[in-house]
Ligand binder design. Structure first.
Ligand SMILES: [Zn+2]
Ligand SMILES: [Zn+2]
Length: 287
């Protein structure tokens, strides 16, 4: 008998324009088996009320479309490590509302950025960040897992390396905190995942720090800039500096291929989301 190969879950970030439940239809149309949304307009602090009908439709589609998990990403402005009282207060209001929306909608994962400790020390920012995540677990009432995303490093960010992310996890010590591994950010932070030995070194470091089981989802993005650049410039998969060998090594890793892969790649004349999803699928080797 032929061994059954479990399907690798691949999807991308989709729009919630007009009504949040339409994200399911957009995801389905382009062949996603998982996807990511913002729960609000990501560019401001304001919230638009979500109607009960929208919530009901979203939940019905979650049950019926066979697309899961749905992942939510925090909006752009909150800084959960901010040492500026005004920004911190605004950040926590937004963070709370966004997590509460996830709980209401039945979204199990909420990705947060690395905080920035601008204006203070690493230690001060770190303590603030840990405290914020602890509050976030309560906001989600046990229904939402918070995913700490690795950053591109530099710019006073806290999560450029997996040793620091591990310290965050150890401080909090709660199963409701896990990790979102962003390939572009890891590469820009200095992990050379563009070749076989680089990928195996990277995986060894993950195993020695957070452990593979702590990675809940993967953000699959190539990088426009060189390894260690500390820049966050996403590129189509295989067309950037990580390249085809890097992505092939990553997606064929026995542990990583079991995780949901979510693309946050550009859309331009070179490729659409469907093209990038198909490209990533084409790299999977059935072994
Ligand atoms: Zn990301
Ligand atoms: Zn990014």
């Amino acid at each position: 008998m032929k061994e059954l190969v479990e399907e690798v879950k691949i999807g991308c970030h989709v729009s919630i324009a007009k009504s949040i439940d339409l994200a399911f239809d957009r995801a389905k149309k382009i062949g996603c088996s998982t996807f990511q949304v913002f729960t609000k307009n990501p560019r401001g602090w304001a919230f638009k009320e979500i109607l009960k009908e929208e919530i009901d439709r979203f939940k019905a589609k979650y049950l019926n479309y066979n697309i899961s998990p749905v992942v939510a990403h925090i909006s752009y402005l909150p800084n959960l490590a901010s040492l500026n009282d005004d920004i911190y207060t605004k950040s926590m209001v937004s963070f709370r509302k966004e997590i509460e929306l996830c709980a209401i909608l039945g979204i199990p994962y909420f990705v947060i950025h690395s905080g920035s400790y601008k204006g203070g020390t690493f230690q001060e920012g770190f303590e603030k960040y840990v405290e914020s995540i602890q509050k976030g677990i309560d906001f989600g009432e046990g229904r939402v897992t918070i995913l700490v995303e690795n950053s591109a490093g530099g710019k006073k960010t806290l999560t450029g390396n997996f040793a620091n992310i591990n310290t965050v996890l150890e401080e909090i010590n709660d199963s409701k905190v896990k990790v979102c591994f962003d390939t572009c950010h890891a590469f820009s932070a200095g992990y050379d995942i563009s070749n076989q030995s680089g990928v195996s070194d990277f995986i060894a470091e993950v195993k020695a720090s957070i452990g593979m089981e702590s990675i809940a989802i993967i953000h699959a993005n190539d990088s426009k800039t060189e390894v260690g650049s500390n820049r966050d410039l996403h590129e189509h998969l295989g067309l950037g500096k990580i390249g085809e060998i890097g992505f092939s090594e990553l997606i064929n890793d026995s542990a990583l291929r079991k995780k949901p892969w979510i693309l946050e790649t550009p859309i331009d004349e070179r490729r659409t989301d469907v093209d990038n999803i198909n490209y990533l699928r084409s790299l999977i080797k059935n072994k």
